[in-house]
Design a protein around this ligand. Sequence first.
Ligand code: TMP
Length: 242
Amino acid sequence: MEKTDQLYEGKAKKVFKTDNPEMLIVSYKDDATAFNGLKKGTIAGKGVINNKMSNLLMQHLESQGIPTHFIKELNDRETLVKKVNILPLEVIIRNIAAGSFSKHYGVPEGKVFESPTIEFSYKNDELGDPLCNSYHAIALGLCSREEIETVKKYAFKINDLLKAFWSECGVTLVDFKIEFGRLSDGTVVLADEISPDTCRLWDSETGKKLDKDRFRRDLGNVEDAYHEVMVRLQRSIESKKG
Ligand code: TMP
């Protein structure tokens, strides 16, 4: 597959066209930002870990009936994916209070919910990704009623699958953000990435943060945390192979 023009450069990834109009190549960077780009830094080796981890998790989800954009890992940092039109919607699922939820509602971090929550934000950097509900999303023309129902159904199923998957690695899935896209035929598939940039992952025993909160909150040992979760995930996959 030939990589051609760069289509887009985001905060953590670049996207390239290929000679196939239905396929793109994503390239993961080590750049990290937080607070809508206000805080900037580098997490050495992050791009390699996020690429590999996202691909492993997407392949697992695909095997369990969730359609994704994943086609093929090309090298350490690059993956061939199906071209989608991203729904401009961040979909956030939470199992435990943390981050903006704790701040908005005055709930201490670590409070375990009886059942998971879902929230949406309108992906728009200029507006600071404002929260919205499904009616707002439709009114804003971000997606159709049918699409938002599909997104909700997939998001909760993804949560069940990922929670179980991480639990086997001794990791608690606190919350995560996912994005969906439309293929040219209109099919809604999981897109973007699933990584320590986009999930809160806590050590199940100690509660140690093993995700991007170490960068956001200046907790130190950021690279070690990314490496730690990647090693645990790979070990777990290896042990399943027998
Ligand atoms: P929050 O508590 O800051 O709203 O974050 C919820 C989850 O979403 C957390 O796992 C981090 C992830 N997230 C992103 O992936 N991108 C973002 O821009 C933000 C704000 C959060």
